[in-house]
Design a protein around this ligand. Structure first.
Ligand code: BG6
Ligand code: MG
Length: 212
């Protein structure tokens, strides 16, 4: 039986996947590097420096110092994107999904690769609905490695086999499965072929369907 749920944030509970994309697009454009929404799919769920590495590819002109500068610039643009975020920026039904889990007595963790996640859940006024927020800086490897979901299970005190992970990114679904959990995909079957269940959006979250 299900005892805990680990939610991704960006693209699951709020539309920050768009905001991340716009900030990366600005950076890529400023460097004259081709980038579009299709290429962006591979960045979803991937941490900041990992995403930058995917954009730069094998271009040798950027050493670590330069890469850190570029990542900081992207984050400044991203912070502008989310500067005015509030409760209205939650996807419809996001708060209700968390409340469903609470009402069922499940442990709830936030498993976001974003270092901006604590800021966002505070601004959207849902921080109190989480039992745990995993700090991605504390992990050896980001998604698609299982670390963040294993950390979520550990801090909730729940066996991974009794956990559900909720993700909008292929790298995230991979991480959930690598942790030994069932994966609920938010998006399309085409984008998330390996998810155990698919819902088009978080408003369709129905805990009873994943508890079997
Ligand atoms: C993930 C997003 O949740 O967080 C990625 O899907 C993002 O797009 C990553 O790159 C890291 O976020 P941040 O806020 O730490 O740069
Ligand atoms: Mg996501």
């Amino acid at each position: 039986t299900l005892k805990g749920v680990a939610f991704d944030l960006d693209g699951v509970l709020t539309d920050t996947a768009r905001a991340h994309y716009r900030a990366w697009k600005k950076l890529a454009d400023s460097l004259g590097i081709p980038f579009d929404e299709e290429r962006n799919e591979a960045l979803k769920g991937v941490d900041r420096m990992g995403s930058l590495a995917l954009i730069l590819g094998d271009r040798p002109a950027y050493d670590l110092t330069e890469r850190q500068r570029l990542a900081a610039r992207k984050n400044d643009w991203y912070l502008e994107e989310i500067a005015h975020f509030g409760p209205a920026d939650l996807f419809p039904g996001a708060r209700a999904a968390l409340e469903q889990c609470r009402a069922a007595g499940l442990g709830i963790a936030l498993a976001s690769a974003s270092r901006n996640a604590p800021l966002l859940i505070a601004r959207m006024q849902v921080a109190d609905l989480f039992d745990a927020v995993i700090d991605p800086a504390s992990l050896a490897a980001g998604k698609p490695a299982p670390d963040i979901f294993l950390a979520a299970a550990a801090v909730l005190g729940v066996h991974p086999a009794a956990m559900l992970g909720v993700e909008d990114a292929p790298a995230g679904v991979q991480a959930i499965h690598a942790a030994g959990m069932k994966a609920l995909g938010v998006g399309t079957r085409a984008a998330l072929p390996d998810a155990d269940w698919i819902i088009p959006a978080i408003r369709d979250f129905d805990l009873a369907a994943y508890s079997a």
